[in-house]
Design a protein around this ligand. Structure first.
Ligand code: 1AE
Length: 406
């Protein structure tokens, strides 16, 4: 028998946690077990979930609200189809609404995972497309996009591209609109990328924001790719993991997909409810095929605790599962002064991602990109940013504005 194993943290001041765990294991699989006649119990046994482990935390003198248990429940794979919606509904559908319970992890069985091709490109594939193998990548985010026309967008694109960035992504709030429809956007940005390459000698990927009705996503993605998009940005949690998987496993959608974490804050931040970031933004997005995964860093404007970031990174890059690794992209409020810390926490296989930290540079977006690359180069070579900035005016201007001289 093959099982997926869910780990929950359940808070309760008085509950008998074993009873509670058993009622979940029964209730989320065969329903009421003990009330079934003997013969039916035998027939249903293969569908029955079971409690694998319970660890109760009840420190002496615990204040009300502090008592909890970490509970592992095994769910037979034969109960659900091999897709993420069925898995999530099984392990955390109804019970997500039943008191203070948080889903920490799901151990995916080999059998379940075998239905997932995972990222089509992953870290090695994205590096191959860019021809950059030995340093963190740099991604720039379009800012001020709503209400701009194609010329305005092209001008912004060129300024970012000339700074030497590896990827440029749309802002996630840029939807289909008459001024910059997705195909025209893809077309003019491809032209701008080619123009910039003549100066920088560098390839770059442009991730257009894929939006609109779910039933039209694939067709829209293909039109955008035909028009010149070299990557896609997709706000997966708004659409569902399965929508991402549909895109990533389509052989005609042959560009990397960056998953934007929009809405994740409605699901992960509570210690008592929701789903852990490592599962929500790490394990499940990799399984669904995200080549790059954005999430709030511990350092910038929208923050997530460092240990949660490292847990996401672990899930995106662990090498004991047969899927390509996804790039971690710690984001929000990132500026060049943070680069050494990002490299310390994430190593080389990371995408440094910035919007305001590029466009807000006193010398403009081109200088903003250059300052980031200078910071990456210094950090890679063990040179402090302070020291590097003595001969690099773009980096110096960024450090003067935002600080961070490690
Ligand atoms: C966590 C997502 C970050 C994001 O999408 C974004 O646009 C960040 O912009 P900046 O770098 O904070 O300006």
């Amino acid at each position: 028998m093959s099982y997926c194993i869910a780990t929950y943290r359940i808070y309760d001041d008085k509950a008998d946690f074993r009873k509670k765990a058993e009622s979940i294991a029964n209730g989320m699989t065969v329903g009421s077990w003990t009330e079934l006649p003997q013969l039916q119990q035998e027939n249903m046994r293969k569908h029955l979930g079971h409690v694998e482990n319970i660890e109760v935390y009840e420190p002496q003198g615990a204040e009300p609200g502090e008592r909890y248990a970490d509970v592992k429940i095994a769910y037979p794979d034969i109960n659900f189809t091999r897709d993420i919606p069925a898995l999530l509904i099984t392990v955390f559908g109804k019970i997500s609404m039943d008191g203070r319970i948080r889903l920490l992890d799901i151990g995916l069985s080999e059998n379940f995972l075998s239905a997932f091709p995972g990222p089509k490109f992953g870290i090695p594939g994205v590096r191959e497309l860019l021809g950059v193998h030995n340093r963190p990548l740099l991604m720039s985010i379009f800012k001020s996009v709503v209400g701009y026309d194609l010329d305005g967008l092209k001008e912004q694109f060129l300024a970012q591209a000339l700074g030497g960035v590896d990827l440029i992504k749309d802002d996630e709030i840029l939807f289909e609109n008459p001024l910059t429809p997705i195909e025209r956007r893809a077309e003019i940005c491809r032209e701008a990328a080619e123009e910039a390459e003549k100066t920088t000698g560098k390839k770059l990927l442009y991730a257009v924001n894929l939006t609109g009705k779910t039933s039209e996503l694939k067709a829209t993605a293909k039109r955008a790719i035909d028009a010149g998009a070299t990557a896609l940005l997709f706000s997966t949690l708004a659409y569902g993991y399965d929508a991402l998987q549909e895109l990533s496993s389509d052989p005609d959608i042959c560009v990397p997909i960056a998953a934007h974490p929009s809405l994740a804050g409605a699901i992960y931040p509570s210690q008592h409810y929701g789903i852990s970031p490592a599962l929500l933004l790490g394990k499940l997005l990799r399984a669904a095929g995200a080549d790059l995964v954005l999430f709030p860093s511990p350092y910038g404007s929208v923050v997530m605790p460092r240990e949660e970031n490292l847990a996401i990174r672990y899930e995106l890059t662990r090498d004991d599962i047969p899927l390509r690794q996804s790039f971690p992209v710690p984001s929000a409020g990132i500026h060049p002064g943070l680069v050494p810390q990002i490299l310390t926490d994430f190593g080389t296989d990371v995408v440094v991602n910035a919007g305001g930290g590029i466009h807000g540079h006193p010398g403009g977006a081109r200088a903003g990109g250059q300052a980031f690359l200078q910071a990456i180069d210094a950090a890679m070579n063990g040179v402090t940013l302070e020291e590097a900035s003595l001969r690099l005016p773009e980096l110096k201007a960024a450090l003067d504005l935002w600080g961070g001289r490690k």
